[in-house]
Write a protein of this length. Structure first.
Length: 479
């Protein structure tokens, strides 16, 4: 019970007007005051669920599966570990093998699970900090293009950092008001997730002050933004495509009414795809229309709302726009491509990488396959991954080469122990127990996942971790 949770009377009065008959307001208030169970999602780009379960077993981490997401688990760590080591400083987190994500927040990407593996183009329209982007990326498993957009400048940086930590290679990042997509990227995407900015009524278990500024007026104001975004998303969706709309709020003003607005605007072109069989017992949270309205007391989670729509046919958009300005990348020259491919084959045993090598000045980038069709539709903040920088003797590899592609390496890989990993993330060189005769660059791994690059030197591996990622806090162990 969290006695400091702030729940204004006016909010409760409003909830009473729409809480479903089978739920009680008292249970709702009690659930809002209970602390939230911690859940994590296994990043299958870096670690299998079986390896995660094995790790938990070995390390006395107690887990219980989240029923709607086969990579999601509620997690309890031993008390002494919990008190002495933040989860963000554990080896599984630092290596990008897990993402701390509230269980109900795993539902919106899950609602796309029936179509995502066949999608070539996916848009996450309001993406930061990236829990759902990285979940979608894991579901896409490196195939297709995932455009992740975020309007807020400070949050776009966090999004970029999470995408890098999780080893996502097929993502293009953009930084716009989501309302531009319908005009600039008309009918470009097979699937779209609009996890909309909202009043956050469902988050009060995590943030006791979430309802401090609650008012119906602000619900109405946010709903106006949501309506613009959902219309833009629908224009950007290909005919036959799937749109998921979600919020972490409860009021119908920001949920059912926004969905109804979409249905009214595009009558005949859109239908609801019901979510009542998304997972066992989903019907406990499904509305008559087939939306998931997850109240915190139903599954002991945060509150959430999820709706899924199918676009039945093309629509007309007279406001389409074409981006001006040149595209700053060019396909990498054949000679540089073959030199680079020969180097990664010789040094790391990597025979082939998926995607298109592109060049901007001295930078070498890897774009996801299929990027060419949409690369000049909008200006991206970041496109694919930067592999390296060219210089007179070849290419100097970037950290991200290792985090995103290191899993392909079969040679010059070094598995760090906990002490070495702690040194690595604190920016120190890695001492070797025995001198080595190996030369050149090496992919460093932790818990089996690639985390960065180093350079073999006789008795140590020289640390190549970018300075901005160096941490001086307590990492990995605490005893
Ligand atoms: N999907 C994210 C995740 O799972 O980590 C959470 C997204 S949060 C609910 C909504 C995001 O929308 C915020 O990061 C906010 O900055 C962003 N946002 C606000 N207004 C926006 C707009 N007009 N267009 C796009 N994004 C917007």
């Amino acid at each position: 019970m969290n006695p400091s949770t702030y729940i204004p009377e006016s909010f409760i009065d409003d909830v009473k007007t729409y809480i479903p008959k089978h739920l009680s307001i008292d249970d709702f208030i009690k659930a809002c005051q209970r602390p939230l169970r911690r859940s994590v999602r296994v990043n299958t780009l870096k670690m299998s669920v079986a390896d995660f379960e094995h790790y938990c077993n070995e390390n006395d981490w107690k887990i219980a599966p989240v029923p709607w997401c086969n990579t999601g688990f509620w997690l309890t760590r031993p008390d002494d570990e919990e008190q002495n080591l933040p989860i963000g400083n554990t080896e599984l987190h630092l290596s990008g093998c897990i993402y701390v994500q509230e269980a109900s927040s795993m539902l919106p990407p899950q609602a796309l699970s029936n179509v995502i593996s066949e999608c070539e183009y996916v848009l996450d329209m309001a993406a930061a900090p990236g829990s759902k982007t990285t979940q979608l990326a894991a579901m896409m498993n490196g195939c297709g293009v995932l455009v992740a957009n975020e309007f807020s400048s400070s949050r776009v940086k966090v999004l970029a950092a999470n995408i890098k930590r999780m080893g996502v290679s097929n993502c293009a990042l953009s930084h716009f008001n989501g309302n531009i997509f319908g005009n600039y990227m008309f009918e470009c995407f097979d699937s779209i997730l609009l996890d909309a900015p909202c009043s956050g009524e469902g988050t009060v278990r995590k943030d006791a002050d979430a309802l401090k500024n609650w008012s119906i007026e602000s619900n109405i104001e946010i709903a106006d933004v949501q309506k613009q975004l959902i219309i833009s998303a629908f224009y950007a969706l290909k005919p036959g495509g799937t749109l998921v709309y979600s919020t972490c709020t409860l009021t119908p003003l920001e949920n059912q009414e926004v969905c109804q607005y979409l249905l009214d605007q595009f009558a005949g072109h859109v239908e609801i795809e019901p979510l009542n069989s998304l997972f066992p017992n989903a019907e406990h949270a499904t509305t008559e229309q087939g939306f998931l309205h997850v109240w915190p007391q139903i599954y002991d989670s945060e509150g959430f709302f999820i709706a899924r729509f199918k676009k039945l046919s093309s629509v007309t958009n007279c406001e389409q726009q074409v981006k001006k300005g040149a595209f700053p990348f060019t396909p990498t020259a054949n000679k540089l491509q073959s030199d680079f491919n020969a180097y990664i084959k010789k040094q790391f045993g990597i025979k082939a990488i998926k995607g298109q090598l592109m060049t901007r000045d001295k930078e070498l980038w890897l774009f996801p396959e299929g990027m060419a069709q949409i690369e000049n539709k909008i200006k991206y903040a970041r496109l694919g991954i930067q592999l390296g920088t060219t210089h007179k003797n070849g290419v100097r590899l970037e950290h991200e080469f290792a985090t995103a592609l290191g899993k392909l390496a079969t040679a010059n890989i070094y598995a760090m122990n906990q002490q070495q990993a702690q040194d690595y993330f604190q920016g120190k060189d890695i001492r070797l127990a025995k001198p080595t005769t190996n030369l050149g660059e090496v992919v460093l791994t932790l818990c089996g996942a690639p985390v960065g690059l180093g350079k073999w030197q006789k008795n140590k591996i020289k640390n190549s971790l970018p300075r901005d990622l160096v941490s001086d806090s307590q990492l990995i162990t605490w005893v």
